[in-house]
Design a binder for this molecule. Structure first.
Ligand SMILES: C[S@@+](CC[C@H](N)C(=O)[O-])C[C@H]1O[C@@H](n2cnc3c(N)ncnc32)[C@H](O)[C@@H]1O
Length: 250
């Protein structure tokens, strides 16, 4: 049976797609994706027809996909992968067993690699919370950002919609202190920038570049906040862990 493959593209660099994702892209007869992935994956997409899913309403999209499936496999190339904040869940349900999902490298994984930092350093961070400021605000009764921003928490903020000064002030009122913050912008894409600073200096650090539009939106920026970004790991932790591992093995 021909299938619609929802392939995690990774952050944007075609070197960061999985081998399986690349093979499916090479074997399909049509691709659905949107900027900037259409451009960065042009080499792997070749001369296959490329459709922007946002050109179709839901029913038209289903009709088009079912028609294309008559002729062969279809790949939906999606940013990161579908684990967090994927817009395609309803489509996946509607297509049922005609769908297969292929994992990829999320922007959180790619940002962690660029920073060379685990995002929940033991002894420093007791929890990591993934949020979208936009979604939080839209859901009545959801906790506010300042209620989640507490010492010991690493926050990953997707789809920020606050101007940076306002975001910083909300985070400061939650953490109750200065806190390390990283802005990972266009990871794996032309124009990649990584800013690592603190709530005190991040606004100045970014004043020379247009990370955020006038409404504060920064669609291709992942924001990471928390002590784990700069804390010095305790070297003795390794020896304790090693002893535990050896004890379990014997
Ligand atoms: C709709 S969500 C999709 C997230 C995706 N499923 C993932 O795990 O990377 C879009 C948000 O992911 C983050 N994002 C996606 N791709 C990115 C990239 N290349 N660089 C930085 N942030 C990215 C941004 O916060 C953006 O607003």
């Amino acid at each position: 049976m021909n299938r619609v493959y929802f392939v995690g593209a990774g952050p944007g660099d075609p070197d960061l797609i999985t081998l399986r994702g690349a093979a499916l892209l090479g074997g399909c007869q049509a691709v659905f994706t949107f900027a900037p992935l259409g451009e960065t994956f042009a080499g792997l997409i070749g001369d296959r027809p490329v459709y922007d899913p946002y050109d179709f309403d839901f029913d038209d999209l289903l009709t088009r996909l079912n028609a294309l499936l008559e002729a062969g496999d279809v790949v939906f190339l999606q940013p990161g992968d579908m684990t967090f904040f994927s817009p395609f869940q309803a489509l996946i349900e509607a297509l049922g067993d005609k769908v297969e999902v292929v994992p990829g490298i999320g922007s959180a994984n790619a940002a962690s690699a660029l920073l060379k930092k685990t995002l929940n350093l033991s002894g420093v961070c007791t929890r990591t919370i993934l949020v979208s400021s936009r979604v939080l605000e839209a859901v009545p009764g959801a906790p506010a950002l300042k209620d989640l921003a507490k010492p010991g928490t690493t926050l990953l903020i997707y789809m920020n919609h606050y101007p940076l000064t306002e975001l910083v002030s909300r985070l400061r009122s939650g953490y109750g202190r200065n806190e390390p913050i990283a802005l990972a912008h266009r990871i794996g894409l032309p124009g990649q920038r990584m800013f690592l600073g603190t709530l005190d200096d991040i606004v100045n650090q970014t004043s020379d570049c247009a990370l955020f539009d006038k409404k504060g939106r920064a669609d291709l920026t992942l924001i990471i906040v928390g002590e784990t970004l700069t804390a010095k790991p305790d070297r003795s932790w390794w020896d304790q862990r090693r002893l535990n591992v050896r004890r379990h093995r014997s």
